[in-house]
Design a protein around this ligand. Structure first.
Ligand code: AP5
Length: 213
């Protein structure tokens, strides 16, 4: 199964992608995580991405497209993957479709996790993430067992640099301008499924499982 997660920043794409991958044994590909890992390791890609991410802007299309196409053609993706954070612009989606067609692949579902902007602000302000394994927490809705510490590996969980209020507002603006048009794009391809992302994590997941079967 090949799945794309759509939705605003903080809608819960990453949270649901993790659960889908665990249940259906798919590979989770988060472009945001790939960039954060590169920033942590101070690679050339990381240096390039950091300025855009800290400002809440998108990394240029050509950088992201090559990265994702390279990743999904690796052997471990043969049985399927969940793309979380890609595509994010119409040019990314079009280039991706061309690349998929060349490899005789197609997207089965684009899952749109729909959440109002007011809910997003609350979710993002409480989000914490593990810098080691990328596990996602929320101070109120999904706290770790021990405050401030990742359940998986004991690392100190942190607030993302781009989760500061002023950056979040720009990320939302960029989402509405550049990413939201993808909802129509995938609707026209008959693979769009929308779920109400304002419900609890498990309720949202149940809806997704109903869709995926
Ligand atoms: P990325 O890391 O992809 O960030 P994003 O899309 O802005 O999405 P988020 O990770 O913020 O949110 P999410 O929807 O995954 O929500 P989560 O599950 O964490 O991208 C970061 C940056 O990288 C971009 O701004 C850009 O610069 C660059 N980039 C990445 N991909 C790119 C691309 N393709 N092109 C160009 N640039 C790119 O949930 C949020 C919080 O809410 C968590 O605390 C969670 O615990 C909580 N939560 C989740 N679900 C629920 C629920 N149902 N109820 C209560 N709380 C919940």
């Amino acid at each position: 199964m090949k799945i794309i997660m759509l939705g605003a920043p903080g809608a819960g794409k990453g949270t649901q992608a993790e659960k889908i991958c665990e249940k259906y044994k798919l590979i989770h590909i988060s472009t945001g995580d790939i960039f954060r890992e590169n920033i942590k390791n101070n690679t050339e890609l990381g240096k390039l991405a950091k300025g855009y991410m800290d400002a809440g802007e998108l990394v240029p299309d050509e950088v992201v497209i090559d990265l994702v196409v390279d990743r999904i053609t690796k052997k471990d993706c043969e049985d399927g993957f969940v793309l979380d954070g890609f595509p994010r612009t119409i040019p990314q989606a079009e280039s991706f479709d061309e690349a998929l067609a060349k490899s005789d692949m197609k997207i089965d579902y684009a899952i749109n996790v729909e959440v109002a902007d007011e809910v997003i602000i609350n979710r993002i302000s409480g989000r914490r993430a593990c810098p080691k394994c990328s596990a996602i927490y929320h101070t109120e809705f999904n706290p770790p067992k021990v405050e401030g510490v990742c359940d998986n590996d004991g690392a100190e969980i942190i607030q993302r640099n781009d989760d500061k209020p002023e950056t979040v507002l720009n990320r939302l603006k960029v989402y509405h301008e550049q990413t939201q048009p993808l909802i129509d794009y995938y609707e026209n391809k008959d693979c769009l499924r929308t779920v109400d992302g304002s419900k609890s994590t498990s309720e949202v997941f149940d809806k997704i499982v109903n869709i995926l079967g």
